[in-house]
Design a protein around this ligand. Structure first.
Ligand code: BDP
Length: 330
């Protein structure tokens, strides 16, 4: 074929492809979802139920799959991928969301919620909608909120009863400057690090400790390295089931309704599994010989957080009313 004929037939092919695409019913879509946790973890079970139910109810229009264990990237990376539509949905913790959606930093202020119930109440109501609106501005459609319990400190050296016990400990934190300030206010050295790297760092002594809830302390195997788990319960951070805006907008209203309903159902299931899973994980680490201690004087830790709040409010005066609204909702 000479060049002209070649070009013409290429045009013909692309025209007929376009005509075909226009005349076919809406194409089946494959949705990929990011999940940092392993199989069996409460969030994983809920996400898998979501994937299965949406696939079934959309009758082949959507085929939804969850990729576990963070195989599609670490959390900050996955947030970017979901924002630009390379991933379709994900379960994100609001901690690493802070650098992107500044309003969500309010949820990372230590002791902002007085209990997990308080967090549920706030996130399921009008204030939760304000966070969803802020996420939507960054191309993330938050359809429901998952639980992630309360995070406590654990380390390889000693039980933590008072802030003084944190002195000098090298503690891993999630990717957010607020957590660096939090650990430093307690006299520790904070190291932001991807979740997947913490196990090795604890094992080799690069870190002395980290902080997390029971299910993550257990499922990440961090308890194999860190013997002391101290119930500081300094952070109660909600997590979203978030859909990429581009994927959401490509859905028909009918399918949006299905996805929304299933996301809400998934969060109900997740919260129920969370309660059971936390107890199970607690038992597993106890059986493995981990020393768990209550913290009698939590107020001592709270007091140390005053400069963290003051600096945050100074930098974000527009968020002070949101902080007050959460505190007053209790
Ligand atoms: C877990 C959260 C997960 C975080 C992880 C962490 O569910 O999203 O990535 O903590 O500490 O509790 O990085």
């Amino acid at each position: 074929m000479n060049t002209t004929t070649k070009t013409m037939s290429a045009v013909a092919v692309s025209v007929s492809a376009t005509v075909m695409a226009l005349s076919l019913p809406a194409q089946a879509e494959d949705w990929r979802g990011w999940n940092i946790h392993p199989p069996g973890y409460p969030n994983t079970e809920a996400l898998e139920a979501f994937a299965e139910n949406v696939t079934e109810r959309t009758e082949g229009r959507l085929t939804v799959q969850v990729y576990n264990n963070g195989v599609l990237g670490d959390q900050p990376d996955a947030i970017e991928q979901t924002r630009n539509g390379a991933l379709d949905f994900a379960n994100f913790n609001m901690g690493p969301m802070g650098p992107i959606v500044k309003e969500t930093n309010v949820l990372s202020l230590p002791f902002i919620f007085s209990s997990v119930e308080h967090m549920h109440e706030v996130m399921d109501g009008e204030i939760g909608q304000q966070f969803a609106d802020a996420l939507a501005e960054k191309n993330l459609v938050a359809l429901s909120w998952f639980d992630s319990g309360a995070r406590s400190l654990y380390n390889t050296e000693r039980p933590v009863h008072t802030p003084e016990d944190v002195q000098g400990l090298k503690i891993r934190v999630m990717n957010n400057d607020l957590y660096v300030e939090m650990i430093e206010a307690l006299g520790g050295n904070a190291t932001p690090m991807a979740y997947g790297e913490v196990y090795q760092a604890l094992k080799t002594g690069v870190l002395d400790g980290a902080e997390n809830n029971y299910p993550s302390f257990e499922s990440s195997n961090h308890y194999e390295a860190a013997d002391y788990y101290s119930l500081t319960e300094h952070l109660i951070i909600p997590e979203c089931l978030c859909i990429a805006k581009a994927s959401w907008e490509a859905l028909s209203p009918k399918d949006q309704k299905i996805v929304r309903e299933e996301a809400v159902k998934a969060s109900e299931l997740q919260r129920q599994l969370w309660v059971e899973g936390s107890q199970e994980s607690r038992q597993i680490v106890l059986d493995a010989g981990i020393e768990i201690n209550e913290v009698e004087d939590k107020a001592a830790f709270q007091e140390k957080m005053e400069p963290v709040y003051a600096a945050f409010i100074e930098e974000n005066p527009d968020l002070e009313s949101l902080i007050d609204a959460i505190r007053n909702s209790n």
